[in-house]
Ligand binder design. Structure first.
Ligand SMILES: Nc1nc2c(ncn2[C@@H]2O[C@H](COP(=O)(O)OP(=O)(O)OP(=O)(O)O)[C@@H](O)[C@H]2O)c(=O)[nH]1
Ligand SMILES: [Mg+2]
Length: 197
């Protein structure tokens, strides 16, 4: 049956500090990655229509564990800790990065990566690396240019086109604003397409 995933049904499943703590590696999983403070948790809440599903914060580095949300028993969304400038000791930062890296390399149920970038600062080296990695690993890769409410419609579209030109054709790019409710249908369509395959 070709039914659209019910993102609104998402519920918190578990948090994991490392691969061993992740839920059983079966079914399909989509991970949200991006720099600290890019708007990953906000985008997840917007997608699921739940304001408080994933914790958001003005303090970069709020999401420190891999947080798993179940849409159904075979479909999950994952909020990854932000990479970049979290104000935490380097040792801890390194450990997070290693855990994310380990997860990305070894997770069999991972089918897609949503790379969240602030529309005002897209495609930083880490973002580029994640996109390249996802493409090479054969995952679906979708870029969200978040906080698009910060730009007027013209610059918003220019930013989207500019990023689209920098990535392979099979990588999709959209603008999104969780606060101003822009881009929800597009996001649901892309992720729904991946989960239906
Ligand atoms: N104006 C505006 N602000 C947003 C939007 N999305 C998120 N923010 C704000 O950006 C900040 C960071 O959002 P989060 O969703 O917590 O970011 P994150 O990527 O999960 O951050 P970490 O968990 O630290 O990696 C918060 O203050 C949000 O309110 C948006 O669409 N528009
Ligand atoms: Mg977060």
């Amino acid at each position: 049956m070709d039914t659209a995933p019910k993102f609104e049904q998402a519920s918190f499943l578990t948090s994991a500090a490392n691969l061993a703590q992740c839920p059983p590696d079966e079914g399909h999983e989509i991970a949200f990655c991006g720099r600290s403070n890019a708007g990953k948790s906000s985008a997840l809440n917007f997608l699921t229509g739940q304001r408080k599903l994933a914790r958001t914060s003005k303090t970069p580095g709020r999401t420190q564990l891999l947080n798993f949300f179940a849409i159904s028993d075979q479909q999950r969304l994952v909020d990854l800790p932000g990479y970049g400038y979290a104000r935490v000791p380097d040792k801890i930062k390194e450990a997070w990065h290693q855990n994310i890296d380990n997860y990305l390399r070894n997770r069999q149920s991972l089918i897609g990566l949503v790379a969240v970038m602030d529309i005002r600062h897209p495609m930083k080296p880490f973002d580029q690396m994640m996109v390249d990695w996802g493409v090479e690993a054969g995952l679906g890769v979708h870029i969200i240019l978040s906080k698009c409410d910060k730009l007027k419609p013209g610059p918003r579209q220019s930013a989207r086109l500019k990023v689209a030109k920098q990535v392979p054709a099979n990588v999709s790019v959209q603008v999104l604003s969780s606060t101003h409710h822009i881009g929800l249908d597009e996001l649901k369509n892309v992720l729904g397409g991946w989960l239906r395959c």
